[in-house]
Design a binder for this molecule. Structure first.
Ligand code: FAD
Length: 339
């Protein structure tokens, strides 16, 4: 059900920089709501390189992407941010002194200020170019992620893709699905070598059907009920595999989407901000992290952290008009108790 919420600061993007902005706002007693298009927090660190080490986070000689996000989550947890995941922020309008954001799920978020920590834009799945795709997406027959494995018990599942997600889910779902077919356009898989070996063994035992070298060609069925997926070779040979579900794992793409139409000052898909405050040309809207640009900008997580602090301090007067903000170290004031 769509949510209607009111907060001090709405943060768009739960990447490393958006999460640290929760902390910085919290230290100044500002309540936050964080919205992300992805179903999990962490932005690029979680979606693109959870296991890759990062070497340039201060005080961490080496830290994996996923561990950095877990630490940031722990650091901001005392401020109880409301996390709204799996929804894309699309609309922005002014309502008197306040700003109102709307999401792809129909949520309405009213706030005093917006922090855009949207990286390179909302992450979304790369969709296969198939006719009638929206019809089967709407019914849930075609999906790009698995939220509940149990939903596939006894179902005929076609999995498309050659990376870790495709292979890992094929190996997992074969234990409960009626049939699993993996479609890939070449013989070689781009996944962990051990997973590729397990896939081959499962295929030899007849637990998984491999359709190689094939590509997705079409969807069959009526009224959103999928009955089969047609596949084609590069030479044009077509065959149909009976299926209740298609799981397509072709990676993620990022796009700025409707934010690009808000009237923000843009410089090649980045938002121009005033370096000292991260303020954009729209009053009350600040941009930090990868999405923000100004002379000398470095697209590094550590620079995004500093921008989060500057934006939070700049926003404070909008949330608490007339209240003086005295600069203090975290050690001298401790963690404020959320109100
Ligand atoms: P992101 O991490 O991109 O997060 C933005 C979030 O906003 C995303 O989750 C997205 O879904 C969400 N979002 C966007 N638009 C919307 C919307 N309209 N509605 C809802 N949600 C939205 N940096 C370093 O400092 N050191 C490194 O060693 C390093 N290594 C890297 C290695 C790789 C392979 C890659 C790809 C990047 C690396 N980076 C590194 C860069 C670093 O990951 C980015 O600088 C950092 O992730 C930026 O953080 P962010 O929070 O600004 O944006």
């Amino acid at each position: 059900m769509p949510a209607v919420v009111e907060t001090d600061v709405a943060i768009i993007g739960a990447g490393p920089v958006g999460l640290f902005a929760v902390f910085e706002c919290g230290m100044l007693r500002m309540k936050t709501v964080v919205v992300d298009a992805l179903g999990e927090i962490g932005g690029q660190c979680s979606a693109l390189y959870p296991e890759k080490p990062i070497f340039d986070i201060p005080a961490h000689p080496e830290i994996a992407g996923a561990d950095l996000i877990a630490a940031l989550h722990k650091q901001c947890a005392p401020f109880n941010p409301m996390l709204m995941l799996g929804r894309r922020v699309e609309g922005l309008r002014q309502d008197g002194e306040k700003l109102v954001l709307t999401t792809s799920e129909g949520d309405v978020i009213t706030c005093r200020a917006v922090i855009l920590a949207a990286g390179a834009g909302a992450f979304g799945p790369n969709r296969p170019p198939l006719d009638r795709l929206p019809e089967f997406e709407a019914s849930g027959a075609v999906r790009y992620l698995v939220s509940r494995r149990e939903e596939f018990r006894g179902k005929r599942v076609v999995i498309a893709g050659g990376g870790d997600s495709a292979v890992d889910w094929a190996l997992s779902l074969k234990q409960l699905a009626a049939q699993v077919t993996v479609v890939h356009r070449r013989d070689k898989f781009r996944c962990a070598p051990d997973s590729a070996a397990q896939l081959k063994q499962a295929a030899e035992r007849g637990e998984i059907e491999l359709a190689i070298p094939y590509q997705l060609h079409g969807l069959e069925g009526e009224g959103g009920v999928l009955t089969g997926v047609s596949l084609a070779t590069l030479k044009g040979e077509v065959k149909t595999v009976p299926a209740d579900h298609l799981l397509a794992f072709f990676g993620l793409s990022m796009e700025l989407g409707p934010i690009a139409d808000w009237g923000l000052g843009l410089d090649r898909s980045h938002i121009q901000v005033a370096p000292a405050t991260c303020a954009t040309n729209i009053p009350g809207v600040h941009a930090i992290g990868d999405i923000a640009t100004y002379p000398g900008k470095l697209k590094l997580i550590l620079q995004g952290f500093s921008e989060a602090a500057m934006a939070a301090h700049a926003i404070h007067p909008q949330v608490f008009p007339g209240e003086a903000l005295h600069f203090e170290y975290s050690t001298s004031k401790g963690l404020p108790v959320p109100g």
